[in-house]
Design a protein around this ligand. Structure first.
Ligand code: HEM
Length: 404
């Protein structure tokens, strides 16, 4: 078959229904050997159930992301939300140039002190307890507080943000129609809530601008035109969802790895200049975003298969990052890996705008965590539970024992 299907239903299925090979909790906690098998046996394949192509090899994933003309980000669901992730050039280029200004390495570096202060505050709250839930107490709040401050929304609302961004990244519980409907309903409610929430803030800033991101975007123009309210809303919600959940999982996935591999934990603790390597290797090894979706704009050949115009194509970054054609000893976590051309922030024109911020937050958070405690350990009897989304790699909660 050719997967010639452009309905919005199709995109939703491809995104939100787990592939049949990865269903059990155990497989979702450790999917990488399954990706390995798929990459070796069916590097490019059409999945009937999810109505999409899956691509697993580094070379092929790289090719797809490098060719936005052949593989569109606007996957046939319209673009009512003004979501930059779903735009193609030329609109994408304009939108991106506009918001890029706020995310330059310089602008981000100026946040270092604030990130350190928030990290100190979060660590102080758990120090005396001797344990913490890595997600709830640390990796969850940090990015939410920082992004809320950047956007200029009250940090007291961060619990709300967390709740709604969880809802917006969640997939269906299982492959049933019932589960799909429940999820879609929750998503609609989530989007409606956040739309209303940000609409109020945007109107407030229209009346009296402040020194924050929303005010900056309100004043910005593309070719003499302001962003529409929809574009603004879409962007605020994207930052909240794309920026938080992912950074939370990056920090937590690094800790999850370090409690499994105490040698690595010790190496980094005794030589903090290795923290950036720890961050990059965590991105490769445990990528917070496992897959990236596109739609073919014309008939195109990949790995000997013809993908038809209009078909959904899912690029499995989590599989590509462990392709032995690209990485030596791909299943070893190597702090000394250099270069480390993982695809975890994407590649090409949609390369993650928040990468400098995510890297900085992870660097500060992990350095301070390692120096605050002499040892981080898993609380053994607690079973890990994967986040309910086929695209996100992370756990819902990660209890950690802390030794001073
Ligand atoms: C795009 C991952 C953090 C904002 C992307 C893409 C990936 C990604 C894979 C490309 C999607 C595609 O090509 O379709 C991640 C990961 C993060 C992270 C793994 C943390 C570890 C952030 C943060 C922000 C952010 C902190 C903002 C505060 C964005 C935006 C785009 C994007 C706006 C769209 C760029 C475009 O379409 O041109 N991210 N992200 N991300 N990310 Fe991130």
């Amino acid at each position: 078959t050719t997967g010639k299907n452009t309905t919005s239903e199709t995109e939703r299925y491809a995104n939100l229904i787990p592939m049949k090979e990865i269903q059990s909790i155990q497989d979702r906690l450790f999917p990488f050997s399954i990706y390995d098998t798929l990459r070796k046996t069916t590097p490019v394949r059409y999945d009937q159930t999810r109505a999409c192509w899956d691509v697993f090899r580094y070379e092929d994933v790289h090719y797809i992301l490098k060719n936005p003309k052949l593989f569109s980000s606007n996957r046939g669901v319209g673009n009512k939300q003004g979501n930059i992730l779903k735009m193609d050039p030329p609109k994408h280029t304009k939108m991106r140039n506009l918001i890029n200004k706020a995310f330059t390495p310089k602008a981000v570096n100026e946040l270092t002190q604030r990130i350190q202060d928030v990290t100190t505050f979060l660590l102080d709250q758990v120090k005396a307890k001797g344990t913490m839930d890595m997600i709830h107490d640390f990796a969850g709040p940090l990015p939410v507080i920082i992004i809320a401050e950047l956007l200029g929304v009250p940090t007291k609302d961060r619990e709300l943000f967390k709740t709604y961004s969880d809802i917006l990244v969640a997939g269906a519980e299982d492959g049933s129609d019932e589960a799909f409907k429940v999820m879609m309903k929750k998503r609609q409610e989530g989007t409606m809530f956040l739309n209303g929430y940000f609409k109020d803030i945007i109107q407030e800033r229209q009346r009296s601008p402040k020194d924050d991101f929303i005010s900056l975007l309100l004043a910005a123009e593309i070719d003499g035109e302001k962003l529409t309210e929809e574009e603004l809303l879409g962007f605020c919600i994207l930052l909240l969802v794309a920026g938080n959940e992912t950074t939370t999982n990056l920090i937590a996935n690094a800790v999850r790895y370090m409690v499994e591999d105490t040698d690595i934990q010790e190496q980094v603790r005794t030589n903090l200049s290795l923290v950036p390597n720890l961050v990059e290797e965590t991105l490769r090894f445990y990528p917070p975003v496992q897959a990236i979706g596109r739609m073919a704009t014309e008939d195109v050949e990949i790995g000997g298969y013809t993908i038809r115009k209009g078909a959904q194509v899912i690029s499995w970054v989590a599989a590509a990052n462990r392709d032995e054609q690209k990485f030596a000893q791909p299943d070893r976590f190597m702090l000394e890996r250099h270069p480390n051309p993982h695809l975890s922030f994407g590649f090409g024109i949609h390369f993650c705008l928040g990468a400098p911020l995510a890297r900085l937050e992870a660097k500060v958070a992990l350095s301070m965590l390692l120096t605050s405690f002499s040892k981080l350990e898993r609380v053994e009897h607690v079973e890990l539970e994967p986040i309910q989304s086929p695209f996100v790699f992370g756990v819902k909660s990660l209890p950690i024992r802390l030794s001073l």
